[in-house]
Design a binder for this molecule. Structure first.
Ligand code: ATP
Length: 137
């Protein structure tokens, strides 16, 4: 069965939206397989975001992800990778479609990094890679 890594970023946790976000994913029909709250280390985040090294938002992104706890989850289901990304909405929360997680709960706060509430793996290979990083145990 297909699996994806979902992160509720520090903005989502700080705004007490973890339950609402997880509820939407479950309501769509995906199954929660693993769940934990994590104070991520810089090392873990550098592994997770290695593809973005050198981009202008890389350092602000890592700092943002270090700013508070993150909720890490594994969800399962047929085509869950594609399904979660559709549910999350596009990267920029200002213009993400209403009805999506980012579109309904997010906006631009005038910061260097887009605080957009969630992360979801973008392929089977990245899901496998990211699950290893966040759920080593
Ligand atoms: P995907 O990995 O499929 O592209 P994503 O929507 O999470 O999905 P990424 O391009 O991976 O976006 O970027 C990772 C994160 O970096 C984003 O979720 C966002 O928080 C931040 N980010 C991306 N692009 C920008 C940008 N141009 N300016 C500020 N922050 C950005």
């Amino acid at each position: 069965i297909e699996r994806t890594l979902v992160l509720i970023k520090p903005d989502g946790v700080a705004r007490n939206l973890s339950g609402a976000i997880l509820g939407r994913i479950e309501a769509k029909g995906y199954t929660l397989a693993e769940l934990k709250k994590v104070d991520a280390s810089r090392e873990l985040l550098e592994q997770h975001y290695e593809e973005h090294v050198g981009k202008p938002f890389y350092e602000p992104l890592v700092e943002f992800m270090l700013s508070g706890p993150v909720v890490a989850a594994i969800f399962e289901g047929h085509r869950v990778i594609e399904g979660f990304r559709s549910l999350a909405g596009t990267t920029d929360p200002t213009t993400a479609a209403p009805g999506t997680i980012r579109g309904d709960f997010g906006r631009d706060w005038g910061l260097k990094v887009q605080q957009n509430l969630v992360h979801g793996s973008d392929s089977v290979d990245s899901a496998e890679r990211e699950i290893k990083i966040w759920f080593q145990d």
